[in-house]
Design a protein around this ligand. Sequence first.
Ligand code: 5GP
Length: 189
Amino acid sequence: MHKKDIIIFSAPSGSGKTTILKRLFAIYPDLLTFSVSATSRPKRSNEVEGKDYYFLTEQEFRTKIANGDFLEWEEVYNGILYGTLKSEIDRIRANGKIIAFDVDVNGGISIKKLFKSSAVSIFVMPPSIEELQRRLEFRGTESKESIAKRIERSAMELSMSDKFDYTILNDDINLAVAKAKEIIEKELK
Ligand code: 5GP
């Protein structure tokens, strides 16, 4: 079977996909490399420039769109831009590693369409919208307004889960990571 070299994780905000990805990077440090996205949102206090995101002003972001620097980009929440830089893909492919994406559902669908059978796409399903809200509140990184925007968007995102190759229910983080490992062993290694 042809092995894939791209793994895409998409989910509503608060589903735990970033946590699952961090665990996978610890398990497969030599296999996976994170595709660092660009965003116009402000940096959270626990985030590192160039590691979690490339933090750009909206103006800088829009200049890069105009220059054709993005593989894909989306306005995920009102006025906040997120996108994958083409240079990021070149950087990782040059190292011969598997590229792991943490992108919104539209981005995930676009990247799968671009890379087709080289990519495996995974939707991380939260147990419920109520649980999503609870996790976002517990995380404490978002304002009330930002939580409301994320919850408002989640119904649309959940309705798109069937466009992904796999769905992982994240009810129990250990089980979710185990399921992701199974997919990696089958499709990527
Ligand atoms: P957050 O603000 O919580 O870091 O991310 C919000 C959403 O934007 C998440 O669903 C995340 O996966 C998504 N996102 C991050 N980077 C990208 C990207 O490069 N492209 C797209 N389409 N979405 C992204």
